[in-house]
Design a protein around this ligand. Structure first.
Ligand code: HEM
Length: 185
């Protein structure tokens, strides 16, 4: 997992819960990196799992809720770092349909060693997208958060349903609906 995912995660923890909890979390998580990450480095995903599990224990917030919240936070990071990628798409459906074929292809060049999920489009219509998510990291709630924020970015109303095809969340079916009325304008 890329260092930027760790540095931004620790920043979110500090902003939301304070430096005291952040220090406790790093001490408790027994990180082989020692909790020191550079944005361009690559680190073991196990460290992120550990941080999230311990943050859940410290705060009482369920793991999946934390991953979802971090996805919503991380979207702002993506917008800040990669405005040019967003500028290439004029709608949320168009953008989400391009993650596998274009966006994450670019990401592999920009972030060598990135561990990305696989998305397969199984149905695409003007206002509907069915996508399958595959990843051993089971970060489907991160995906859901990024999808939601994409619609919000384009000021479009939406509904997103997901179905776990494997109990461990490594295969998930997303049904994404663009709704007729803009709710954020
Ligand atoms: C992971 C970049 C858009 C879904 C990542 C990672 C980066 C990245 C750097 C971390 C890889 C690692 O740590 O090794 C980007 C950029 C985007 C973009 C630059 C747009 C400008 C999206 C969107 C989705 C998405 C719109 C919506 C579904 C994911 C998921 C992961 C991920 C679910 C977690 C890894 C996993 O599940 O295996 N992305 N991403 N990304 N991205 Fe993207």
């Amino acid at each position: 997992m890329k260092g930027i995912v760790f540095t931004e995660f620790l920043e979110m923890v500090e902003k939301e819960f304070g430096i005291g909890l952040l220090d406790r979390l790093i001490a408790k998580s027994n990180l082989s990196s020692g909790g020191v990450y550079t944005a361009v480095g690559t680190y073991d995903f196990f460290e992120m799992q550990n941080l999230i599990a311990n943050l859940s224990e410290e705060t009482g917030i369920p793991v999946q809720d934390l991953i979802y919240a971090y996805g919503r936070y991380f979207f702002q990071v993506l917008i800040r770092h990669h405005p040019n990628i967003f500028a290439m798409y004029s709608s949320a459906i168009e953008m989400l349909a391009s993650i596998e074929s274009h966006i994450h292809v670019q990401v592999r060049k920009l972030y060598p060693g990135a561990e990305l999920p696989t998305f397969k489009i199984t149905n695409k219509e003007e206002n509907f997208l069915e996508i399958m998510y595959f990843s051993t990291r089971s970060m489907y709630m991160f995906a859901k958060a990024l999808m939601e924020k994409t619609f919000e970015h384009y000021e479009t109303a939406y509904k997103i349903d997901l179905e776990l095809l494997k109990e461990n969340g490594s295969q998930v079916k997303f049904k994404i609906y663009k709704q007729p009325h803009a709710i954020y304008s």
